[in-house]
Structure formats: structure tokens, C-alpha cells
Ligand binder design. Structure first.
Ligand SMILES: [Zn+2]
Length: 210
């Protein structure tokens, strides 16, 4: 993770969520990034749902993408985040590849069996995110090594947390958004944090959508 953590505070009330439940710092973790003193909040606009995801039809990581989408969608009660696989990469909002990153500088995770990286492509100078986003996940061991499937499951769920807008890692090992995640699923804190994110106004506008 290249960016500094903001710290433990989470001041939901300051973000204009009038009427939303008060969420204490023990139930959610920080998800907002800070660049040059500006707080960055990103989530997908309701009008742009479902998010269009492309992954090659014969990709060995396709099923993990499907699992990650299903898990995060299920975290929301009211369809705040929805995603669908598309067959045409030229209209995709998010492109997922089973290769090392050729972009770099994204949010990355490296475990003994596999590595993942997400590039949200956010430009803090213009408060925009230019689509498509890119996600990379690849094996660093042979396919025959036990644990690769589990690594893929955890890592892709983690990367999709970044895709949906969780820009900062959880400080807790019990959450899939921990920097070096072990938890294979979405914890209650992950879920409440994602819901909190989607209850406040984003500071980032999407560009480049087709
Ligand atoms: Zn990460």
C-alpha cells in the first residue's frame, strides 16, 4: 500500500449523512484516502450500476471474480453496489487480468501463493477516476500448490473491495480488507464499512465511461 493511512478516526457525521445511523469506530474502519490534505471518497454512482466487469471467458481466475462480485453484492441490502460480467472489454468499467500489473503503483497485495493489485485510477488533482479500472491477480507458485485457490478467493474479494471504493486497508486481521488478508469472505466490519461508504457523497467523479 503506497498511501499513508488516515488513522483511526471516522467522522461520518461530518460527511453530511443526515439521518444515517451513528456508526462507531469499532464497527467500521477508515475507507477514505487523503491526498495532499484532501479527503478522497469514491464509490460507484447509482446511475452507473451495474458496474461492467470484463475477465477473459477462459481465465483461470474468472470464478473468483464471480465469487467476489456475489459476496460484495450480498453485503448490501438495497443494491447499492451491483456488478455484471460483460463479454466486450471495450465497454468494461473494470478489466480483470490473470497477469502481473503492467501499470504499477496501485493497491497491491502479495501472499506466498498469489498476488493482486487494483488501480482505481483516481486523479486527486481533478477529483476524477478515469475508466476502466484495472485489477490484476496472478499465481506466484505453480498451479499444483495447495493454497492457491484459497489465496485467489481471498485476494479477489479484497481487490473488489478496492474496486467498490474501499481505498484504505482495515487495521484488523479479521477483515478481508486487511492489508495482508487471510479472511475468506466479508466480515461484518467489512460489510458495515462498505455500507457507510455508500451512504456518503463521493468526492470523485467518473470519466471515460462508454
Ligand atoms: Zn489492498
Amino acid at each position: 500500500m503506497r498511501r499513508p493511512l488516515l488513522g483511526m478516526l471516522l467522522v461520518v457525521a461530518a460527511c453530511g449523512t443526515i439521518g444515517s445511523p451513528l456508526i462507531t469506530s469499532g464497527e467500521v474502519y477508515e475507507f477514505r484516502d487523503v491526498e495532499r490534505g484532501d479527503t478522497i471518497v469514491f464509490h460507484w454512482p447509482r446511475a452507473d450500476l451495474p458496474v461492467r466487469i470484463w475477465v477473459a471467458s477462459d481465465s483461470p481466475i474468472r470464478s473468483y471474480v464471480e465469487t467476489a462480485i456475489a459476496r460484495w453484492q450480498a453485503a448490501f441490502l438495497y443494491g447499492e453496489f451491483r456488478a455484471t460480467l460483460v463479454t466486450d472489454s471495450t465497454i468494461a468499467d473494470v478489466i480483470v487480468r490473470n497477469t502481473p500489473s503492467d501499470i504499477g503503483n496501485g493497491l497491491n497485495r502479495r501472499a506466498p501463493q498469489c498476488a493482486g493489485e487494483t488501480d482505481p485510477n483516481i486523479n486527486p488533482a481533478t477529483n476524477t477516476a478515469r475508466l476502466p479500472m484495472h485489477v490484476f491477480m496472478y499465481a506466484v507458485v505453480s498451479d499444483a500448490i495447495p493454497g492457491l485457490a484459497s489465496c485467489y478467493a481471498v485476494t479477489m474479494t479484497h481487490e473488489f473491495g478496492h474496486v467498490l471504493g474501499l481505498l484504505v486497508h482495515s487495521p484488523s486481521l479479521g477483515d478481508v480488507m486487511f492489508a495482508d488478508p487471510r479472511f475468506d469472505g466479508i466480515s461484518e466490519r467489512d460489510r458495515l464499512t462498505a455500507i457507510t461508504l455508500y451512504s456518503i457523497a463521493p468526492t470523485i467523479t467518473l470519466t471515460g465511461r462508454r
